[in-house]
Design a protein around this ligand. Structure first.
Ligand code: FAD
Ligand code: NDP
Length: 512
């Protein structure tokens, strides 16, 4: 492929004399042109400009099927992490208000939630972030173009505005950071016409009402969690298992907690068709793989959370020989984010095999900018990337799941320490803590290097973040035991963990 590319490359040089000239003089419009102004693209362009590079970033948002559109900043800012975490916070506050009575707060009458107030507040915050990014780009002298980019050759980007205006930009290097968009099945009648996705849910002007969420990974469970938390009748339709790729014992605890919290689950079910009734409600028909039967129910909203597809279609990469993964459509990249074509790089959600997370997109973008500017040779380390699922009972983890540790090291060569603990804040509030759990997976011999750490409970992201540095530094079980806890916290339970699964002893934490 590389040879094929190289021969194409030479052919281009013979036929495109202006490209040849630029290559010899280094006389490009920009040092770097970034396509995609999301987490990775903005981080890369700002860092490059900070290092004295001349940079342009193109960002274009194609409205969702329902017509939802948003500003600069990409998925995380507009239709991902930020609005999601704020709506999760809205749901947590609902639980806190219920707890508050037990703590002596005298609340007048029953409480209720107003969607529009929450949505407007969240959207205003998102708009302030859009504005903040624009100002930062201006301050750092990054040329921002609200245009759709495509790659004409390894040094040329074509830009197209909404009004049809075109522009050509030349650059020494091109960085593709165009992310992905939610998928909707094409083979289910009514799915496209009547469903919404995470691109719409945070921008709805009215409460989604009774909602069916299809899918069982991060997006599905997080959205179902906050919808339940603000008082909406919510069902999750799970095709196979919840949270594929995560520790399955803990995935079970997360869904058990959600069920006790009020979220309904339709396990081993898949939708067959969606019909809009004259009342405006959606009649969803599904099949149940366990019973082989068909069922139906009506919902106000159907939210597809069945994964995301990479945004490569409009980029014109086929003609250039940029290699894509045949199954996923994502761009194949090397350890340095290089693609199969010199001078073209890809990072973030668009790149094959990378975690679809904002911090990895941001960090890899910054490191790439430093390497392209000749300031550093440091590569992105994708090992031990921590993450948190912001479900009603949050789940934070770093490193291997128990299943993965068994596959890689063998069941007899790992030691699993675990604990069921009760967060102090649950006690007075009389909240059930059955699913609050910690699991630390270690190598069995030597210093017992920690392979994976899992935590369900309040503030799981905050708890997991610090321990992830330990794993980066090669922490062992001895290090953990040598760490003094902070009392009274949930995180301190990790430093006290001492019951092995192998022992079969009761792992319930008692006393301080
Ligand atoms: P994006 O942020 O998607 O940015 C790509 C940008 O490029 C977009 O603005 C797009 O419109 C634009 N674009 C596309 N094609 C073109 C083109 N041809 N020309 C110009 N512009 C183009 N991650 C976390 O770490 N924590 C979370 O809590 C979290 N929550 C999430 C919740 C939801 C509901 C979703 C959907 C995702 C969540 N993520 C979370 C994932 C995170 O949002 C992504 O991993 C991250 O945004 C990827 O960044 P990126 O730069 O690769 O792409
Ligand atoms: P995922 O690809 O992780 O999961 C897709 C889910 O949809 C799976 O449960 C899958 O089931 C199911 N599914 C796929 N197709 C169908 C179908 N036709 N019918 C029914 N179910 C189906 O996608 P997400 O959109 O949840 O998340 C995308 C990425 O975004 C994540 O990988 C994550 O990195 C990022 N993200 C991060 C968050 C965070 O950090 N807190 C929050 C949200 C997203 P099956 O297992 O059977 O294939």
């Amino acid at each position: 492929m590389a040879a094929l590319y190289r021969s194409r490359h030479r052919w281009k040089r013979i036929n495109w004399s202006h490209v040849l000239t630029r290559n010899f003089t280094g006389n490009y419009d920009y040092d770097t042109v970034v396509i995609g102004g999301g987490s990775g693209g903005l981080a890369c362009s700002k860092e490059a400009a900070q290092l004295g590079q001349k940079v342009a970033v193109l960002d274009h948002v194609e409205p969702s099927l329902r017509g939802t559109k948003w500003g600069l900043g990409g998925t995380c800012v507009n239709v991902g992490c930020i609005p999601k975490k704020l709506m999760h916070q809205a749901a947590l506050l609902g639980t806190a208000v219920k707890d508050a009575k037990k703590y002596g707060w005298q609340l007048p009458g029953p409480i209720s939630h107003d969607w529009l107030t929450m949505a407007e507040a969240v959207q205003n915050h998102v708009r302030s972030l859009n504005w903040g990014h624009r100002v930062q780009l201006q301050d750092k002298k990054v040329k921002y173009l609200n245009m759709r980019g495509s790659v004409a050759d390894e040094h040329t980007v074509k830009a197209l505005s909404k009004t049809g205006k075109t522009m050509t930009l030349t650059a020494k290097n091109i960085v593709i950071a165009t992310g992905g968009r939610p998928k909707i099945p094409t083979d289910i009648p009514g799915a496209m016409e009547h469903g919404i996705t995470s691109d719409d849910i945070f921008w709805l002007k009215e409460s989604p009402g009774k909602t069916l969420v299809v899918g069982a990974s991060y997006v599905a469970l997080e959205c179902a969690g906050f919808l339940t938390g603000i008082g909406l009748d919510t069902t999750v339709m799970v095709r196979s298992i919840a949270l594929r790729g995560f520790d399955q014992q803990i995935a079970g605890l997360v869904t058990d907690y959600m069920e006790s919290y009020g979220t309904k689950f339709a396990f081993r079910c898949v939708p067959k068709r969606v019909d809009k009734l004259p009342s405006g409600a959606l009649k969803v028909t599904w099949s149940d793989a366990l019973t082989g039967q068909e069922h139906n129910d009506t919902y106000d909203t159907m939210l597809w959370a069945v994964g995301r597809a990479p945004e490569t279609k409009a980029l014109g990469l086929d003609n250039l020989g940029v290699q894509l993964n045949k199954e996923t459509g994502k761009i194949i990249v090397g350890v340095d984010e290089s693609t199969s074509v010199p001078n073209i790089y890809a990072l973030g959600d668009i790149s094959q095999g990378r975690p679809e997370l904002t911090p990895t997109a941001v960090k890899s973008g910054k490191l790439l900018a430093r390497r392209l500017a000749g300031h550093s040779k440091e590569l992105m380390n994708y090992d031990n990337v921590p993450t948190t699922v912001f479900t009603p009972l949050e789940y934070g983890c770093v490193g291997l799941s128990e299943e993965e540790a068994e596959v890689r090291h063998g069941r007899d060569n790992i030691e699993v320490y675990h604990a069921f603990y009760k967060p102090l804040e649950f006690t007075v509030a009389e909240r059930d803590a059955s699913q609050c759990y910690i699991k630390v997976i270690c190598q069995r011999d030597g210093d017992q290097k920690i392979l994976g750490l899992h935590f369900t409970g309040p503030n799981a992201g905050e708890v997991t973040q610090g321990f992830s540095m330990g794993l980066q530094c090669g922490a062992t079980y001895s290090h953990l035991l040598g760490t003094v806890g902070i009392h009274p916290t949930c995180a301190e339970e990790i430093t006290k963990i001492n019951i092995t699964k192998r022992s079969g002893l009761d792992a319930t934490v008692t006393g301080c």
